[in-house]
Design a protein around this ligand. Sequence first.
Ligand SMILES: [Zn+2]
Length: 568
Amino acid sequence: MDDEIRKSIRGIALLNASEHDGKTRNDAVISKVMGSKPELREKIKEIIPIISEIVNEVNTITLLMQKSELETKFPELLTVKPKQDRVGLPLLDDAEQGKVVTRFPPEPNGYPHIGHAKAAIIDEEYARMYGGKLIFRFDDTNPEKERLEYYAAIKVGLDWLGVKYDHIKNTSDDMELIYRKAEEFIQSGYAYVCTCNKETISKNRREMLSCKCSFGDLTQNTKRWKDMLEKYKPGEAIVRFRGNMHSENTVMRDPTLLRIIDESHPIHKNKYRVWPNYDFAVSIEDSVDGVTHAFRTKEYELRNELYYAILDKLQMRKPRVLEFSRLEFDGMPVSKRILKPLVQEGKVSGYDDPRLPTLEAMRRRGIVPEAIRKFVLSLSFTKSDTLAPFETLESFNRKIIDPTSMRLFIATDPVKLIVKNNNLTEVEISNHPQKDMGKRKIRIDGSFYISGNDAKSLKVGDEVRLLEIYNIKITKIVPNIEADITDNNFKPEIPKIQWVPSQDAVKIEVLIPKILFVNEQFNENSLEIKQALTEPYYLELNVGAEIQFVRYGYCRKDSANQVIYTHK
Ligand SMILES: [Zn+2]
């Protein structure tokens, strides 16, 4: 047997031993060897004695020696091992390196928001952590609510977040398969077609009563299924899972599997009129897509029983379903039921209004995708609902944007200041205090604007420093503030204020998004608009540039005359 094979068996045995307190076993090593080196399967008879010999050798050395041999001779084996500390996510049960498949299944019925970001990032991080795959699947089986523009918006949002998927598909492309499964269900008696009205169905569910349809025979169900596809009207018939009307879990009281929706589908138009509901579609799709670990928010927890029951009856492979908590910011609801009217009534300017938790709004506001990812991964993977303070996301964002944010001066609610004995015509200022981001020249003539807030606190006789120029003493407050240069010495005790040259000042508006809902009431003052002046250099920055206005805060340039306040 050649040395290369011996060497790789020894590596596998060492790795297995080091993962099990220093002891490995023949069967564990055999299966790993066969799994990683399929070409050796034919030589299994020759190899087993060698494995057993190597296992014995490895078991006689200490755990410490095993680890050091692994590190020196087999470093490649150690690098593929998933590490919990990489992203702070707990390891998965039943997860094999290279074989984990996750999926992100949004319904294209709205704009993507922070909740989608959390799901997509967790799905992607797990796929990467295990060297597996991420499937991006539009769960589009409710034509009443879905629109092409939402498919596009979700895809744009995902790309912006930097989430990379291995495969993209639509559940609606599998309708033929879903119909076959529905027929299989009906044929085997695990489902029946119910023609009761909505009220009766709800009442029966509450009172744990079966309706007469559930006693119908196969002939009746087959006929009714055919009629569903062809002539029943919406609401006249549904396919119901034969669950248990006495179940403690209300989800299991003969839930709906398929219903009629006579609306044009964004992709398939009028090709189908019977559509699976969420539970039926998602369980079948996850199974056929090869998903190994399916994550969803914990509000679906009661639906797990149905998810598994559907796959049980269909004798299909079962993925492992895991829950995480929903992510929402305090006072910033993600629900379409709440956001849609705000947009329709014009209370916000659109789905990219910076007060909203949509990804488009976050982008406009100056939140960067890396910050969202770090933030999502920093939340513990608990099931308790996360009502995260927006400040936590801001602090991640600040750390990321600070090194690349251009420093500029701004005067909000500007007030004029005249320096009588000004003798300078130009100053040169660094664009960033630490990083080399170049310098800018500002023309000055002794006439400045300062912020209204700073002006308010000035009294005759006060000495202040105009940042980067000189110290001045206030000589007059009304009608205009006037001052004289004192000197240019460093004086730690005097206030230092920023300024804008009045001759080249650029007029801008600062949009300051505030909390959208206070005590579940729309906050009429959730958007503050401040008039401000800034330096001419502002005009040279691209839209999208992140600026730190000195002594004010971080803002993103939204247009030639508007910035959006990102955070302090
Ligand atoms: Zn019925």
